[in-house]
Ligand binder design. Sequence first.
Ligand SMILES: [Zn+2]
Length: 486
Amino acid sequence: MDKKTRQTTKSVQTTSSVWSILWLLASVIGVAAAFWITPDRVAEYLSDDGRLSYRLEQKLALLRWAALLGPGFLFFAGSSHMRKRITVLGGLAWLTAAAMFIQTNYPNNLLAHPKRLARAFLGQDLLLKDYQPVAALKVEERLVRKALVPVINIHTHFERTKDVRTPKEMVQIMDETNVRLSTDLDGGVGERLKERIAEYAGAYPNRFVIFASIGMENRMTSWDYFYQVIDGLSQDKAAGARGIKIWKQLGLMWMDQQNRLIQVDDARLDRLWSKAAEIDLPILIHLGDPSPAFEPLNGRNERYEQYTYFSPEWWFGSPSYPRPAEILAQFERVLERHRKTTFIGAHMLCLAHDLGALGELLDRHPNLLVDLSAMPSELGRQPFTARAFFIKYSNRILFGTDGNPSEEAYGEYFRFMETQDEYFDYPKYKRYNAGRWKIYGLNLPYDVLRQVYYNNAAKLLHMPPLEVESEIAQEPVPAETLPSHP
Ligand SMILES: [Zn+2]
């Protein structure tokens, strides 16, 4: 070997040593970081209550993977310059570390379950989303096409849903199903409200009612503007608005100009609640959401599928959102301060899963009513408790559906209210899957149906109650004698 070749060999060896050392260092640091930066550890430093926001948790997962995989990429880029023995040993060590990382952080991964891996490979493993069992149960089923007594639907959205219909189509459906009156909660205010009233209530004055709705989606523009809107509610009422809708953004995500969340009992909103009492318009308010929306999204969350696949935007489990109990406590203070204002808690005030608590609230606050829209899923899985609740609070519950219901959707609600059918799908099960269970009919007494379907809403809207003789030709039919459908 001449001098020159020896020198070249030496410099190649030095380069490969440098590469190898660099790679080993990067690997040790990367792998250690991937293992050490756990969400719990980061939460200890970053958050007061030990919880990380969903978004931060996602970013953290990405960071850990980058730390782990970074040395892997370096390895492939530099392996041709490295010493063979280090290449083989280092590569093996890194693969082991990666496997351990997956194993500790993703215990459900298929590598950890060779049998499951084999079954998945052969297409024999069943995913949760594909598990759609058909009940073997054979019991009588009843179809209810028309409600037993006339209905006022206090909670619908004429245009904000996928089911947009013309006023004429809606009236046809209402005639078929015995629905007298439908309320649109998306009226807006001012000119927009006037147009909407003309379009619907103008064409069918006795069939449609429009509520004013106050935009609270994003950050508020200014309190001055907000007060202008509130003062304008007098004109809105004169134009035909029959109530006011407040969306769930209040208390959950509506910010003031300084980017602070506006609390439900913020004193600056008192003017709104007082105004409603002064001009005698009820306020239909959606507060919070069902409790699983605020819980971690894991295998213990009974609405896991809904918030994962169907409506992820309805999950508020990250700590940047307030807890539902806080929102409710704020609302109670409003109820106390504004006893002359009538409030309708949308969706059973999102407390259908805890009717004991809702009953206590109704006992404490005579100015509170609730609507049952979208809640057969919760109510129908506790038919004994719910039936007793409806009988006890028959003057405090209003009928509503949410959305813009078809004949079929109305039939599902009436079946839930009127029959004692067992173990059937709740309305919109397929669209939202609010939880994997079936419901039971409440078989509500005739007098309760009259109140909930019609009279309670009629009173709020200053309409006469149902007259027993003329309006109801039909006597209540015991559920057992109703014709069953094949
Ligand atoms: Zn709604």
